[in-house]
Design a binder for this molecule. Structure first.
Ligand code: FAD
Length: 317
């Protein structure tokens, strides 16, 4: 059984950790944030927890992980009322697909996957070096005291390359930025829409309180800026970004609620369009890289990347 380090405790790193650990390997994950989840994370507002990253999992009927999460009570189905954001307002659309959301918050999924795994949080890996004793990892505090037979980089391409540029060829894609505004308001009238997509300022707006097991006495909206707008305004002050998205939201919904709280987050590595790279494992170096960007830019892409690299690892023996 091997001693394995995984850099990044997002969905791909967590699922790979779970797969490797269930085969008896000794796995340790390193995560620069305070907790696991990566782009599946939430954020605490004064009024409580709010979903900040991916809003849902699309349906994959029969997928073992989906079945496991459902039977563990970690996810529930969600059938949002959908609309397109048009210049004149919200245009309802029909879509019969089930979506799945973590309960009581979406990052319940990452917390479930993290159970039983050894995760070192608040630890940014800034270097990896092969030595006679195995891979040595360097953190901001200095050399980590243990050595690892294998290292898997489960972080976005730019951050992955910063660690592996001396050993692996550069990734073929880059990720773009996104802004997210979390908006808490009074309840107000029912707008008849729980989630809407647009291409101008707002890319997606989600009434998070329409998801199962959320608090019913407030409205918590999650506003993700569109890719183009985010790219054009990547260096803008967060207050200004929050204002622009909130004004756009109020214009689209033609609503004037009392806003109780807002928070703005800038993701530097969030979206990737259609292009993908591929998972890569170098058996002689005992080094691999994975993540949604190696398969497809969504949560299932992250999960699939863990499955693919685990297969390559098993094959490498
Ligand atoms: C705004 C937004 C909306 C989205 N909407 C959807 C959606 O509707 N449906 C869907 O399926 N998906 C959606 N996604 C995508 C989904 O969130 C991602 O595909 C998935 O979470 C990626 O998981 P990952 O493990 O590949 O990467 P990440 O979640 O990015 O995980 C990488 C982890 O590595 C850590 N890390 C990076 N560098 C280091 C380092 N040097 N040392 C230690 N730790 C490090 C990071 O902190 C992070 O936790 C959305 C994402 C965003 C941002």
């Amino acid at each position: 059984m091997s001693k394995i380090a995984i850099v990044g405790a997002g969905l791909s790193g967590l699922y790979l950790g779970k797969l490797l650990q269930s085969d008896g390997h000794n796995v340790e994950l390193f995560e620069k944030s305070r907790g696991p989840g990566g782009r599946l994370c939430g954020r605490r507002l004064d009024v409580g927890q709010h979903d900040m990253g991916a809003p849902y999992l699309s349906d994959r009927p029969g997928h073992p992980l989906l079945q496991e999460l459902e039977s563990a009570g970690v996810i529930m189905p969600w059938m949002p009322r959908l609309a397109r954001i048009e210049p004149f307002g919200l245009q309802p659309i029909t879509n019969p697909h089930i979506r799945w959301v973590g309960v009581p918050y979406h990052n319940a999924i990452s917390r479930y996957l993290a159970r039983g795994l050894c995760i070192t949080p608040s630890t940014r890996i800034v270097g990896i070096q092969p030595t006679d004793m195995g891979w040595q990892l360097t953190t901001l505090e200095g050399a980590y005291p243990e050595f690892f037979e294998w290292v898997f980089l489960a972080n976005p391409p730019e951050q992955s390359h910063a660690l592996s540029c001396d050993f692996l060829s550069p990734p073929t894609i880059q990720m773009g930025p996104t802004f997210t505004v979390l908006l808490c308001s009074e309840l107000g009238p029912d707008m008849g829409v729980d989630m809407a997509w647009g291409e101008s300022v707002i890319g997606t707006m989600i009434d998070t309180t329409s998801k199962p097991q959320r608090r019913p006495d407030l409205k918590l909206w999650t506003l993700h800026a569109s890719d183009g707008w985010s790219k054009a305004n990547v260096d803008a002050p967060l207050d200004w970004v929050g204002d622009q998205l909130t004004q756009s939201f109020l214009g689209v919904t033609k609503w004037a609620p009392a806003i109780i709280d807002t928070q703005v987050h800038r993701w530097l590595y969030a979206t990737m369009g259609e292009a993908t790279d591929s998972v890569y494992l170098d058996p002689s170096l005992r080094l691999g890289r994975l993540g949604d960007w190696t398969v497809r830019g969504d949560s299932w892409g992250a999960i699939e990347s863990a499955i693919q690299i685990k297969e390559q690892f098993d094959h490498a023996g």
